[in-house]
Design a protein around this ligand. Structure first.
Ligand SMILES: *Cc1c(COP(=O)(O)O)cnc(C)c1O
Length: 405
């Protein structure tokens, strides 16, 4: 591993969230960023047309290669993650796929967390093996197991913390030290944590991926993804992005940039609301278990307190009869939406039955399945606590759960 150059922020995080990457338009004086929708740009006839020749100094040529609004967002995200560089994508999955295709070759081994965002697990199951890439899974919260699972041909360790949907944590600094000792780079999916909670680059990680669709956009109205990391690594990833074509639209970049400006204050409010709702659910007669990194009952509470600057807004809970409660919530909730996705200002909840996820997404050993059930039982409600008043959220959950037959 090369030295990790940490770009410590020139200003505090709240200031970076508002100002990084942006600036008044030098021609019009407009204070808010413009949305540059142009797909093409007036060029110099000497410009090169090779994607591999594109650098930060190359003038804009064609929006798939680079766009001023998307660049502004990338600079803001790099400032928030304290990374040298950032490449934005059309979705979190476009970011993850591009990184896999960039880093992994036939004969390489990908070692990934046994619990990740379902589609990341599915592409590793369904697509990478056809390209000759070996994939194996390990519980990355167990550092000894992680060390033992590395192989001579391992080319990437892929972590996710807190892991969707369990909210199981991985010690990024310790896991990265183990991977680096074997010469293997590390990628962290930090979507649930956001740079307000955790900055994996500062802990040694090589790549950070985000679904911008979630907290960073924050309003449920734009898909996006990003990879943050070193300039040199991301120059290659940029060529991959240009060829795969899954680039972010300027309009979505603008929406996500607008969301990112309030990320620090929103994360504070998400955490405060989630803690209130999680504490209430812990005492609810129908609720058998609540998992939230900010509660002392979280199995890794000490790690959470030591490593997370914000516990974020994701809470999971279990009840005796999950399917019946799912029906009650979907029929009766008045404020909370029964829907997938997360990190929005609006509170969202959905039920994730363990058997379904194990069948469709995660191919686990019996031991890994037992560990999964240790967190999730037969199924969990994944609650993304939004920015409403927590008293209203609690009342809505109570009245809806009361309808469980
Ligand atoms: C949603 C999500 C993704 C995928 O992002 P999309 O923007 O939906 O493609 C990846 N990782 C995590 C943890 C997510 O929550």
């Amino acid at each position: 591993m090369g030295d990790n150059v940490n770009q410590s922020r020139a200003v505090q995080v709240k200031t970076a969230a508002v100002h990084a990457g942006e600036g008044p338009n030098p021609v019009t004086g407009a204070s808010a960023p413009d949305i540059v929708m142009s797909t093409t740009y007036i060029i110099d006839p000497d410009v090169s047309f090779s994607a591999t020749m594109i650098t930060d100094e190359t003038p804009y040529t064609y929006t798939r290669w680079g766009n001023p609004t998307v660049t502004q967002l990338e600079q803001k995200l790099a400032a928030l993650e304290t990374s040298e560089a950032c490449v934005a994508f059309a979705s979190g999955m476009a970011a993850i796929t591009a990184l896999f295709l960039q880093v992994l070759r036939a004969g390489d081994h990908l070692l990934m967390s046994d619990v990740t965002y379902a589609a990341a697990s599915e592409i590793a199951n369904d697509t990478l093996p056809h390209l000759g890439v070996e994939v194996s899974r390990v519980d990355t919260s167990d550092l000894e197991r992680l060390r033992d699972a590395l192989r001579p041909n391992t080319r990437l360790v892929y972590l996710e913390t807190p892991a969707n949907p369990l909210l199981r944590l991985t010690d990024v600094e310790a896991a990265t030290a183990i991977a680096h000792a074997a010469g293997v780079p590390v990628c962290v999916d930090s979507t649930f944590a956001t740079p307000i909670s955790l900055r994996p680059i500062e802990l040694g990680a090589d790549y950070v991926v985000h679904s911008l669709t979630k907290y960073i956009c924050g309003h449920g109205d734009a898909l996006g993804g990003a990879v943050c990391g070193r300039q040199q690594d991301l120059a290659q990833l940029r060529s991959m992005a240009i060829h795969l074509g899954g680039i972010l639209s300027p309009f979505n970049a603008w929406l996500i940039m607008r969301g990112a400006a309030t990320l620090p204050i929103r994360m504070k409010a998400h955490e405060e609301n989630a803690l209130a709702v999680a504490r209430h659910l812990e005492h609810h007669p129908l609720v058998t278990r609540v998992i939230y990194p900010g509660l002392p009952s979280h199995p890794q509470y000490d790690l959470a307190r030591r490593t997370m600057e914000n516990f974020a807004g994701m809470v999971t809970f279990q009840v005796a009869d999950g399917p019946a409660a799912a029906r009650a919530l979907s029929d009766r909730l008045q404020i909370i939406h029964y829907a997938v996705s997360l990190g929005h200002h609006r509170t969202l909840v959905c039920y994730l039955p363990t058997a379904d996820l194990l069948r469709t997404s995660f191919h686990l050993t019996a031991e890994q399945e037992a560990a999964y059930r240790g967190f999730a039982g037969d199924g969990i409600f994944r609650l993304s606590v939004g920015l409403e008043d927590p008293a209203d959220l609690i009342a809505d959950l109570d009245q809806a759960l009361a309808g469980t037959s």
